[in-house]
Structure formats: C-alpha cells, structure tokens
Design a protein around this ligand. Structure first.
Ligand code: 3PG
Length: 208
C-alpha cells in the first residue's frame, strides 16, 4: 500500500521537526498542497512524538520515518505509526526488522555494489542521496541499464525547479526533499507557504 501511494504522489517531503507540536500543522499543510506524505526524520529528538501525533491526527496522509539508522529506531518508528522507513544508507538490521514487520523499507545507495546489496535484501526502491552530489539525473539514468527492476527516490538538492527532470526518468518512482518544508517556514509557522510550494510540486508531478 505504501509503495503505491509513493508511486502515485511522486513526492516525499523530508520533514525535520524541532517541536513535535508542529507535526500535525505541517502534515496538514502538505496534504492541503496535494502531497499527503511525510517522511519525519530522526534527525531530531522530536521524531517519535511527531510520528505519533501525525499518525493519530492525519489519517489521510502516509506517515513514515526518515534518517533511520538502526533497527531500534525502526521499531520505535513503527510502534509510533510509521508506515514506511527511510535510511540514508543500507542497514541489514533495519531491513530484517522491516521485512518481519511488513513495512516498506527505502534504503540509501549510490554505487552499483551498494545497490546490489539493497536488492539482495529484497528491496525495490533505492533512495539516491545526496542526488545532486552523486551525479543527479545522469547517474540515475545510467544506473537504469544494469538495474532494470530498481526504482529510485532521489533526494538532496531536489526542488520545484528540477523536479520535472527527475520525475521524467522512467526509473524514478518519486523525488524527496525538504524544499517545501524548510526550517525557516516551520519555525515561522508559515503553513500556508508550505501548502503553496507543495501545490507547485504536486502540479508538476501530476503532469508527468
Ligand atoms: C534527505 O535526507 O533526503 C535530504 O536531506 C533531503 O534533501 P534536501 O534537504 O536537500 O532537500
């Protein structure tokens, strides 16, 4: 189910919250802008509470956890309601937990060897991070030749300016990033701006 929603929406916002109290407003702002998905990252201590609040109060949105670097974090995230787990790299522990729990795992990989490990682990989606540093659109296109069954989630340097270029690739399932949920917007509680920027992205995604 999570896989199909990611495929349909085509944008995965990377949400970093300093205060869990902002979670519901941010997710509602994204959803109002046509992006009913949030990857709430474990880069702050607010992550687990934010995932709980968003999962309980925003039933129309798909809530996942990001920057999950070990199995304990993955377990916490899923207990709090996360429906998918994203890592910057590949963790066998997180992979084993997600398979057992039946939760979509999106691990990071950028080299052919790393991608082979992710595929061996039974995963279909590879987070390609940081995309702008590791060759962007050109690299993902080239990786499509040997890895025909892999689809990529580029993140890192994606924004409304280059979104179309990424989403136009056949082997890109969705693009991720924080361009619509910048720290400054969350701190200023400028939720209408989050919705406005999201809407531009959602409209681009819809045209693909
Ligand atoms: C991620 O974890 O996917 C990235 O930090 C998101 O990239 P961005 O912040 O450059 O959008």
């Amino acid at each position: 189910m999570s896989y199909n929603i990611v495929k349909k929406v085509k944008i995965v916002p990377v949400v970093k919250l300093d205060s869990a109290a902002d979670a519901v407003d941010v997710v509602n702002a994204l959803t109002a802008g046509g992006i009913p998905i949030a990857e709430i990252t474990f880069r702050t201590g607010a992550a687990s509470e934010a995932i709980t609040l968003a999962s309980e109060n925003c039933p129309e949105a798909l809530i996942g956890a990001g920057t999950v670097i070990n199995a304990a974090q993955a377990e916490t995230a899923v207990k709090c309601g996360a429906k998918f787990i994203v890592s910057p790299g590949y963790s066998e522990g997180v992979n084993a937990f997600c398979r057992e729990a039946g939760v979509l795992y999106i691990p990071g990989a950028v080299t052919p060897t790393e991608i082979m490990k992710v595929v061996d682990g039974g995963n279909k989606i590879v987070k390609f991070f940081p995309a702008s540093v590791y060759g962007g659109v050109k690299a993902i296109k080239s990786l499509g030749a040997p890895f025909k069954d892999v689809v990529f989630l580029p993140t890192g340097g994606v924004d409304n300016e280059n979104l179309k270029e990424y989403l136009s690739l056949k082997n890109v399932i969705a693009a991720g990033g924080s361009w619509m949920v910048k720290d400054s917007l969350i701190q200023a509680k400028n939720f209408s701006e989050i919705t406005r920027i999201s809407r531009i992205g959602a409209d681009i995604a819809k045209e693909i």
